[in-house]
Design a protein around this ligand. Structure first.
Ligand code: CP
Ligand code: NVA
Length: 295
């Protein structure tokens, strides 16, 4: 049984197979007559809707629940919730505060577990990001991607997905908000060696893709003021975009905060592919599930 807790749960070949399935408009109905539980400890717009639609497109029935409805480790243990949901569902997707909860779910060995975002990783986003880059440039090999901002869950999954498919990754973060040594070790094990800097201008110089995400992720709200201070100068503006390649595109996983990590002008500019990227969440999710449920 396979799970998707982070992009490197897939080999580069498997990643390619998932992207191939994402392009198919007639995917195998791997969830025909089956359910998939989608459990959310945090809010969501894109992930909930893209996953519900993907499950339906594969012939299945999505059942969305809030974490507090099942009471993870409160009403009953994570393991008991997982084994209970597995009585009715062929797979479980979960958005959790603590990545270890996903590992405990997977360790029950009951059904495939899909990470719908944790504090550590956002692999469904990473899949949609490489789908978007691949569709736009016709390849990922050799494409230069600069991530400007917090080296967070989204940045880790992006670096893995781009790097494992032969793209080049640069990351610009303020001191104290960059990739941790253990993140870099994990990336290196997947063959990914990002170029690191504390200067956004250096990261975006000549790149094909400029990517950013919020400075304060869900669960870090009490750090928001300190983070706004630390990330001053890291806003992706038209001036910063002007340093990238002439045909460079802008990506953001969303939700976005205009005037913080990105200006309204960049978000709304023709270079911004954020709505294609959001749509691709559904195609990527469908491809992933079509692959995962055939293992
Ligand atoms: N990008 C993303 O995961 O969006 P949601 O938090 O709205 O699901
Ligand atoms: N890094 C953000 C991504 C939201 C989709 C968070 O974890 O809140």
């Amino acid at each position: 049984m396979r799970h998707l807790l982070e992009i490197d749960d897939l080999t580069p070949n498997e990643l390619g197979a998932v992207l191939g399935l994402a392009e198919r408009t007639d995917p195998p109905a791997v969830l025909d007559g089956k359910g998939m539980a989608l459990l959310f400890e945090k809010p969501s717009a894109r992930t909930r809707h893209s996953m519900e639609r993907a499950v339906a497109q594969l012939g299945g029935q999505p059942v969305t629940v809030r974490g507090d409805e099942v009471g993870l480790d409160g009403r009953e243990t994570v393991e008991d919730v997982t084994r209970t949901l597995a009585c009715y569902h062929a797979a479980i997707g979960a958005r959790v505060f603590d990545h270890a909860v996903l590992e405990r779910m997977a360790a029950t060995g009951s059904v495939p577990i899909v990470n719908m975002l944790s504090d550590q990783a956002h692999p469904l986003q990473g899949l949609a990001d490489v789908l978007t880059i691949g569709r736009h440039f016709g390849r990922i090999q050799g494409v230069q991607v600069a991530y400007v901002g917090d080296a967070n869950n989204v940045a880790r999954s992006l670096a893995l997905s781009v790097g494992m498919l032969g793209g080049k990754v640069r990351i610009a973060s303020p001191l104290g908000y960059g990739m941790r040594p253990e993140d870099l070790d994990r990336l290196a094990r997947a063959g990914v060696r990002p170029q690191l800097t504390h200067r956004p201008e250096e990261a975006v110089e000549g790149v094909d893709v400029v990517y950013t995400d919020v400075w304060t992720s869900m669960g870090q709200e009490d750090e928001a003021a300190a983070r706004r201070k630390a990330f001053a100068g890291f806003e992706v503006t038209e001036d910063l975009m002007a340093l990238a390649a002439e045909q460079a595109i802008f990506l953001h996983c969303l939700p976005a905060h205009r005037g913080e990590e990105v200006s309204a002008e960049v978000l709304e500019s023709p270079r911004s592919l954020i709505w294609k990227q959001a749509e691709n969440r559904m195609h990527a999710a469908r491809g992933l599930l079509a692959w995962l449920l055939e293992q």
